[in-house]
Design a protein around this ligand. Sequence first.
Ligand code: ATP
Ligand code: ZN
Length: 309
Amino acid sequence: MAGYRAATAEQAAFLSELLDHDLLLETGVPGVYGQGVDFERAREAFTALVTRAAEPDHPESMRFPPLLPRYQIETNGYLASFPHLAGSVFSFDGSDAEALELEARAGRHEDWSGLQSMTDLVVLPAACYPVYPEIAKRGSLPAHGVTVDTGSSWVFRNEASGDPARMQIFHMLEFVRIGDPDEVAAFRDDWLRRTSGIFQRVGITVESELATDPFFGRAGRMLAANQRAQELKFELVAQVGGPDPTAIASFNYHQDHFTLIYGIDLEGGGVAHTGCVAFGLERITLAMFRANGLELRRWPVDVCAELWP
Ligand code: ATP
Ligand code: ZN
């Protein structure tokens, strides 16, 4: 399997416990799991908790499907930075004879990719991506910019791994801030503080770390160095699969990357900036099970009171 990352002994042991407890359900492909009832209950409760925590920001809610027009990743820089993580949707548009050939090859589990062609869709790689073109359509921003809540959105990344914390498809919830550079930076820093408190209250011990995105290739090493030097990305890391801690939430300041591409301006002129706070909901849920035990009904009362007020 291309790019498969093997699990550490500790990650493999955690995964088998999760499967034994019917928290995750195996599909046969690493990083693609079904979710049992208790896992989903905990994930949805955390989603609701963080949504409540955002109420003072009065975010506008926007919901998008887990498919994105291919045009967007052709435009927004994703393919330059993360060509290795992208997933594209292909389908069949051929003749009767080609359909028979496709079925025959597929039936023998041979390569049938040559009989399919690219559609206009890719699988959504980050919950915030559909937000920028939507905001751009409105013309210039209102005086204090906008804050958007993407809700819990399925996203895909081509990174098969035996580590239960590294999935290929998972839920991401983002709060996206678009506005004046100072407001965006303050939003990012404020959420970093607020989120540490939220994690503490559901039993997860976190550390804040300066981070970089997994940029591709040689040019990517430059991008990562620049991102680190300018302190554009922070992560809260926690014990999930172990032994090293894993990022369960990210706090990103994109500066004018998206606003220049999409032409999003401040009211009265001037380029706006963007930032996003991204919650990896499966990793957070796994961290809660790791910290509070694999039996949901035995979780500490104060943790349950936070999740199910
Ligand atoms: P962008 O600035 O491009 O929008 P982002 O902040 O939305 O980036 P990441 O920081 O890469 O995206 O991911 C956000 C969160 O999603 C991470 O903090 C992590 O919790 C979760 N996550 C990322 N990759 C995986 C994965 N393979 N499996 C499970 N969760 C993941
Ligand atoms: Zn984002």
